[in-house]
Ligand binder design. Sequence first.
Ligand SMILES: N[C@@H](Cc1ccccc1)C(=O)O
Length: 500
Amino acid sequence: MELHIDEKKLLKIFQDSGKEEIPVKELSRNELMGSETKVMRSALWLSGKGLVDIVERRRKYVKLTERGEKTLKEGLPERRIAEYLKKKGITHIPIEDVKDILDKSEINPALGYLKRKGIAKIEKGVIHFKTLDYRDEEEEVLKNIKIDGNIEKYPPDILNILKKRGLVEIEETTERSIRLTEKGKEYIKEPIEIKEEITQLTREDIISGRWKECYIRPYDVGVPTEEVYPAKYHPLTRMIYEVREVLLSMGFKEVKSPIVETEFWNFDILFEPQDHPARDMQDTFFLKYPKSGEIPEELLRKVKEVHERGTVDGRKVSKGWNYEFQEEISRRTVLRTHTTVSSIRYLASLSQEEKEKPHKVFCIDRVFRNEAIDYKHLPEFYQCDGIVMDKNVNFDNLIGILVEFLRKLGFDRVRVRPAYFPFTEPSLEAEVYLEGKGWLEILGAGMFRPEVLAPLDIDKPVLAWGIGLSRLAMLKLGLKDIRELHRNDLKWLKSVRYAP
Ligand SMILES: N[C@@H](Cc1ccccc1)C(=O)O
């Protein structure tokens, strides 16, 4: 194990003394250390390596109060009376004369102590000392406390009296000591050599040959350091950037479309019947203002025809939904419920000439659904939709593209199963495998139906898919609650690692 020179020095003190535990104070007095900070720093490193433990003990100690200090210098009041009498060569004194020796406030307690300790007796207002050279344990304890505060050394009853007299007080401190662990004891069995260490070789070191004597300590890049938190993007933003990066690298182009949509673009053109349950108030946010929006009339007519009869300009595409299509419904405004709108709007924007060419576009944006908020639902979340239009693309290509896309996002195990969407046929749902969680469904896809493409006058196959990004973020960040993404809890934001 590679140790810093200070760590070696600390262990050397243990080696030389043969002790297993040494107080920090004592270590700091050793010339190899020299300060408590140095001892503590080295001990912290060593404890990180499992060689020592830092032991902390709460300890009570006794110390003199200010009054105690003063009394120690002047003597206890009862002693001062005795000393006075000794000088005068007498052994008694009238109580009223004591005021020449003591402060007024000291007199009564002093008389009390003289009687209690049996040093003097009081008769008819006169104090009679039995002896002037008496021994007083309280006095001795007081002197000793000045030198050594260890509470265990003194009889508790004496300490109590001194405390009551306001001469001493009890305090608590934490005392630290360093103790070798088993691993530490093992380590110091080998001789510890303390060589001067350098971390940089100078020209002089090389010329003088000093480098031969010096020990060049290797850098330890594994040393734990304080965490630093540089400014960074929110994990959801990083995930959006990553998805965008992946799609751009696969040759897709990004498109956008408005958040406020008409039902026409959000549903009708995607061949969702007007009484489809997804349009229910419970699933979709309808807007009061603006109440309605503009729709290209020509396209509206075609979409109406395909819904009602399954024909486009009289040409049979399918059976249609067979109900009476209402244009007022088409004009109603909603907050878009999926980004598939951006895909379809893009297709509708193509000129005849552009329709001849292949297209790959995607959209990453917010969508809205009237959901009750809970651990996996938010009324506003991110989706990413994409399409590929080319004359020979097929369902297999769709699966291939999705597998590639998901693999680039870090999901190696992907499987697909059949699904249903009103605007695609065939349709699929893709699931990814997450360690410890199993298979999780994360995207929907399929080939746009002829009922969707015919009114747009597109005769090439179009592959389409949509993926919930907030859901994906939850998976990638290991979140149990999707609300975490928007709580802006600084602690979480600082610590969260988004690994692309
Ligand atoms: N729009 C669908 C996903 C989807 C997109 C494109 C094709 C098929 C499905 C959804 O929100 O769940």
